[in-house]
Design a protein around this ligand. Sequence first.
Ligand SMILES: [Zn+2]
Length: 385
Amino acid sequence: MSSDDRRKVVAPRFNPQRLDTARRRRGWSRVKLAQEIEISSRMIRAYEHEGRHPTVETLDRMVDRLGFPRPFFEADDLEEIPAVGTSFRALSNLTAKERNQATAAGQIATAISAWIDERFTLPEPDVPSFPEVDPETASLAVRQHWGIGEKSVGHMLRMAEVHGVRVFSLPRECDSVDAFSFKLGRVPFMFLNTQKSAERLRMDVAHELAHLVLHWAGKSQGRTEEHEAAQFASAFLMPRASVISHAPRNGTIKDIVAAKHRWRVSAAALTYRMHKVGMLSDWRYRKTFAYLSRRGYRTSEPNPIAPESSDVLEQVYRLLREDGVSRAEMASQLLIPPAELSSLTFGLEAMPEDPAATAAAKPAWEGELAATHAAIDRRRRFRAV
Ligand SMILES: [Zn+2]
């Protein structure tokens, strides 16, 4: 097509919903988008609301500026993230731009999730709902439902995944978002900020679990719901009876820092919980907290635990590697840039792998895509625990 034609010919396929997602994912307003692709805001409205298609040249510019491949803008609608019920921590502190970036990332992650579900059998969703129960009781009810009694949770992220929660990482541009979650149909999704300490991440998983268990009834989320989620998370990771049996009675900071490993929580979280279950007086609690702050322990955890990541995604990538499917190929099937895939999946595709297996798989990466597709089409049962 000549450049003259590209200016005149209208793109035959174009999905305005996907333009909207790509624009929000970049954190751009409609005005900014119009400037970037050198058209009027009036035209953007025409694309979005009046069924107008851009010219081939304008679509090329969208591809170039927004950094998504052309087929991304031509495919069917992405899932919409439910507007009511989706939990955002520190809701009032988020700007519309930050919120938009996070929900656009969420939309793209639901497409990744669907892609994986077509090829693998993942754990069935099994997150019970206790909307009318107080957080402490609900945390015990979930533990009972999952058959873990009062045992410490070794790997909180895996615990969620084993019960069917689809877990993704938030891209770096969404650093001001702590975490959020929602359900699509019966499938729960969770998005986590991996820039925080390992202890905080575990607490975030338990906090988002709380929203799914207590609040997923289409309720909007406010201060009360945030408080309830914090109570649930604390109780879920540190059951009352377990804390009373094992936490150091009248313990020093050193005792608390040593004891926190049983529950794999922060020193501050254990201190809070010990006070809550009556093991620290108000005076001692305030004193301990002040000391933790002075030592910088509230921002930099003493004696930290190893970070947790997604077990499901790690296994999916391992199986795909065995089938010779590269990150680039997976991203191309998903119609997204490879970097987008990495940022939403904990960067796990870059995990070290067996060099012999990589060498054997290489030819399929480069040309035999049809064979590769056939190979990964077989569904596999996922290890449940
Ligand atoms: Zn929350």
